[in-house]
Write a protein of this length. Sequence first.
Lengths: 218, 593
Amino acid sequence: MSAKDDLLALMRSSVIDGDAGRAEQLARDGLAAGLDPLEAIEKGYAAGIQEVGTLWEQGEYFLPELVAGAESMKRAMAVLGPALSASAREAGRLGRAVIGTIEGDIHDIGKNLVGAMLQAHGFEVVDLGADVQVDRFIDRAEAEGADLICASALLTTTLFNQKRLVERLRERNLRSRFKVLVGGAPANHAWAEAIGADGYGENALAAVRAAKKLLGRG
Amino acid sequence: MSVKIRILTPDPRTIETESGGPLSAALTNAGIPLNVYCGGRGLCGRCLVEIVEGRLRPPEMEERDLLNARQAPPGVRLACCIQVESDLAVRLVPEALLGEVQGLTEGILPSFAFDPPVKRLPFRLEPEEAAPPLLERCVAGRLKLPLDDLWERHSGPVLREAVRSPGDYTAVVFDNQVLLDVADGPGPGPAFGLAVDLGTTTAVVELVDLDRGLIAGRAVGPNRQARFGSDLISRIARAVRDRDDAEELRRAALDTLSALQARVCSDARVPAGAIYDIVVAGNTVMNHLLLGRPVRSLAESPFEADFLEMPPVEAVPWGFDVHRRAKLFLAPNIGSYIGGDITAGLVATGMLGRPGNALFIDLGTNGEIVLKRGEDVTAASTAAGPAFEGAGLSSGIAAVPGAVEAASWAGESLTLSVIGDRPATGICGSGYIDLLAAFLSRGLISTRGALNAAGGLITVAPAVAVSRQDVRALQLAVAAVRTGVALLLRRAGLAPSDLDVVYLAGAFGNRLNAANARRIGLLPAVDADRLRCAGNTSLAGARAMLLSRPARAEAARLASRIEHVSLASDPAFQDTYIRSLSFPESDAIDSIG
């Protein structure tokens, strides 16, 4: 195995182990050694985050490992991103998402996880925080030139506001401009379909898959 | 001037007191459990004492009437009617001493005075007193009730309806204020009250003898609101969406309590009409739904309650089948998600009345946490979920017969303790706590919660197992509580070792192992001798409020002392929560705080 393969394997395992400090250092080492940043991302870190996802789905990993993996990925990307060529950056760009917890609801751990995983998988993410008014979602999505609006609700009482979000997009004649992805404990596929959302993510990884599919990147 | 009181029987001793006060106060101050049911107001005739030596004034007419009604032998007096002016020698009368007031001693209750809001008091009417114009003034005077507009509206009509002739009567008085009932002679029997724990998942109704402070029976059953959803939020959603559903939810709560009341009253052979008082300890949402109050604001930011506290009301108009003038009191709520059940728990532990730092955790469908640091008290609620009530787990059941309630290693095999001593059919909360601790100690699960077992399943008995998903669900429940504890401690600038006492309350049954609860992170890392398994403090507190006016006053006071903290808006919440998801490395270290 070559030195390059060794380095890529170390990058992969830094994400799997959730060691953010090591992930960042390896990214610097890679650039210093002349490693192509796109290759470091694709064969090193992104492969690692895929493996984290697999371990999560097998039940081996839980939320802390998922968060640590996403954080490691983010730290490495902060080093590698600026080193990417313009064309590589454009090729690697999956899309831009505005994400937030819906009006009336302040629970944001699930939303934060989805945001981190979207980022780890190559999306640009604009996090609007919690208790986001329906119109603010839309205003910011317009301003950011987003492709995707992701709205989370943890309470059955605030879930209804996801429906209002879709209705409001229609009223403002912007429905076709954005894809809408909903999630949260009380939501499900049937709900997403009934309110006219484009997709639903049962958990952070499912949300990433749905987002990729919606933007034709799956 | 100091005087000596020699007590001759049952335990000879001499006490000293200042002259001028009532004998009853001298005796109770010296720790003698004299039954001063009426508060030493010369109304009940229970604090009998035999005077052997000493100069006393002869009894006044009221004392003579009470002594006659009790058929007291010569030499026996009422301690509260005697002013101590010189040395005395007395014999205590066994029937005038409080035995164990079970209702105030069961569980971990501190010593509240036996002083029930509902009291039965005897009175006598001479011929000229049994009719106007003397009737009302005489009775109000005997029972020391104020002749105010409460009398005009309530007490007067009750009295006029009941009294037809001179003779002996028994009055049922509420809070030294108002007449609830008047019966001929000694009356039909004791007055009873209901102590109610109205939980989201489970309800308990306890029948309490208010004359003697004894528990007459207890019934437990599922909350019938469950068909509208197992958690508070789905029930609120139903009530908000549909006015009929809100009414259905109110009826379901009432039906739950009525069925339990019927069962416990039938077992104890107590008629509904003998129940004069109800104290309900429920969370804020339960209290709102029981009274049909609006709940929408409880489920949306900024999460505000329609009401927090209210004075005792008439019980019958709210749908209860009890005496027609019985009272209903809800333990005051502290905030939108810290309810009367927690107020009751704090009354039951008495922890706010003692010096030092204390932590109270009530683990129900939600997990509520109260921290006392010196005089400052903060409280928070966490979405622990019903995992420790057995809900949502592959072998989870409530603490009922057939449930594994305790477990430990004996060599290479697990020793299980099953409720009802029968084959295990499931696992309850205390069983899961023991099993998690046992699996952690042998590396069968890692501190991160990964299960090292074939098939992702650890079988503990035929068809009873702990699965990978069960461990994950329990991790989430533990983490919610652990995060709340860590954040409240941090805000107060305290470490776990600064806590003088930690109470864990909840429906775990009797076998909760506090050291194991600490091992899995559910309790903070403090020495085992500071951990208290407090049982169902919601019920114990409700009972204390039935039996002690000071306990009820304490409930009203403490609810206003507590600052409600929203955990989710704490910037450290997410990071603390994620780190809390891993079990502690050992039970001596708390890596989270």
